[in-house]
Design a protein around this ligand. Structure first.
Ligand code: UDX
Length: 438
């Protein structure tokens, strides 16, 4: 099937490459010429394991192409909308400008029966409005239909999550749209991935609801961690106990610096904003607290770092290990680690950041921060070392060797990665978020 994918960021580029790998002819469209140039060469503009290979195979095999010209989408039977819906300045609501302009650019091309499928994360109610707008303005009128098919991909596992998701959600208005989506995802459906057919509104809510639950879980575990620290209990043991409860499960129970990235923070806020518009402000206040607890983890780390430095960060050399919002990704959007780095820099600290993948992005987005090429380089003469992203590389740091590199043996573990006994035996003062000094 000929398919177009409008918007080739994290979501669209992965989706396009995965669809092409299952035998479709895919055209990816984006207005960013640099991104399109890289994708046309078969290279992902961001770090995502397995994606380069799929892109290269698709481009070389002739079933995947990219263009800045939306006209290239003309012949597609199915058009996927994958543009970003960032947080609006000042409010928590989603900014739909890019989505609306993508729809407006696509509409005049729709002169035959086709299916437009929204994948972007939107406030509930958007799809029905866009469907009416499409049918009123497209040359093919009512033979253009709209469906909603949210994505749930995690950065770092995006290819696997796209090819074999836990479930597929088809928000459709009729059987034809359902049938067409089953053809698009024939490979996954054949492999037994469950399909949930639903209305447009439920499909729109699926993604933000999943992210609201995940965010709540992380903030709840961080609340437990704070209580453990105050009471002298061990949060790692506690989450181990909770995880063995079959009703709770063990995933998404890691305490620490909290969540960041392009989805959980903004989706939770957009969910609150939409819930308030729909008149459910009182209950949605729960998610405001989830967000507040998450932000507080960052403040707690800044305050603990200053305390470890003896009350002032002025002129202190602080090494920040980890810049990506999570391990396995080079994404620094709403990165808790960079938030902490910037706050300590504002208090006069001299910061050096090392991340195994995100160095280039740090240089582009936070040019005042100095980046280093290795753990050792970042830690040279440091007064304090902060471990802020859960990269395995950091778990393996040898505290004995690092002791000779730093100026002061002080380390703050923001992700419960380090073995306290080993670090203390090597003479380090160690503070672990949620575990304190035990
Ligand atoms: C998330 C959702 O998981 C995905 O389904 C959705 O489509 C997009 O948003 P992603 O943003 O890639 O994916 O990251 P995720 O793996 O969910 O992690 C989010 C944040 O939570 C990271 O900052 C991570 O470090 C943090 N986290 C995760 C914790 O602090 N503790 C945990 O136990 C798990």
């Amino acid at each position: 099937m000929h398919i177009s994918v409008i918007g080739t960021g994290y979501l669209g580029a992965t989706h396009a490459a995965c669809l092409a790998s299952t035998g479709h002819h895919v055209t990816g469209i984006d207005r960013d010429p640099d991104q399109i140039a890289r994708l046309s060469e078969g290279t992902a503009p961001f770090h995502e394991p397995g994606l380069d290979r799929l892109l290269r195979e698709g481009v070389d095999g002739g079933c995947l192409r990219f263009s800045t010209d939306v006209d290239a989408a003309h012949d597609a039977r199915v058009h996927f909308l994958c543009v970003g819906t960032p947080q609006q300045d000042g409010t928590g609501a989603a900014d739909l400008t890019a989505l609306e302009s993508a729809v407006d650019a696509l509409t005049p091309l729709l002169d035959r029966s086709c299916l437009v499928v929204g994948k972007s994360t939107v406030p509930v109610g958007t799809a029905r409005r866009l469907a009416a707008r499409l049918q009123a303005a497209a040359p093919a009128g009512e033979s253009v239909t709209l469906a909603w098919n949210p994505e749930f991909l995690r950065e770092g596992q995006a290819v696997q999550d796209s090819l074999r998701p836990d479930r597929l959600v088809f928000g459709v208005a009729d059987d034809d749209a359902d049938r067409l989506l089953r053809q698009v995802y024939a490979d996954a459906v054949r492999a037994g991935v469950p399909v949930m057919r639903t209305d447009l509104e439920t499909a729109e809510l699926a993604k933000v609801s999943a992210n609201a639950m995940l965010a709540s879980r992380i903030s709840l575990v961080n609340l437990l961690a704070e209580v453990c620290e105050a009471a002298g209990a061990d949060v790692a043991d506690l989450t181990g106990i909770l995880g063995l409860d079959a009703r709770i499960g063990s995933q998404f129970l890691s305490p620490g610096l909290g969540y960041g990235g392009g989805c959980l923070p903004k989706d939770t806020r957009a969910f609150v904003a939409r819930a308030e518009e729909l008149g459910v402000a009182e209950s949605a206040a729960l998610l405001r607290e989830v967000d507040a607890v998450n932000q507080r983890q960052r403040t707690r780390v800044v305050e603990s770092a200053v305390a470890m430095l003896g009350g002032s960060a002025q002129d202190a050399r602080v090494s920040v290990l980890g810049a990506a919002f999570k391990a396995g990704s080079d994404d620094v959007r709403d990165s808790p680690s960079l938030h902490v780095a910037a706050a300590l820099e504002a208090r006069g600290a001299e910061i050096r950041v090392y991340d195994p993948q995100a160095g280039e992005r740090v240089r582009r987005t936070q040019p005042t921060l100095t980046t280093s090429a290795s753990v050792e380089q970042a830690c040279r003469d440091a007064d304090l070392v902060l471990v802020l992203t859960e990269w395995e590389e950091f778990r393996g740091i040898d505290p004995v060797a690092l002791a000779d590199v730093v100026s002061h043996r002080r380390v703050l573990d923001g992700r419960l990665l380090l073995d306290p006994e080993k670090w203390r035996a090597a003479g380090w003062e160690l503070y672990a978020l949620g575990r304190g000094r035990r």
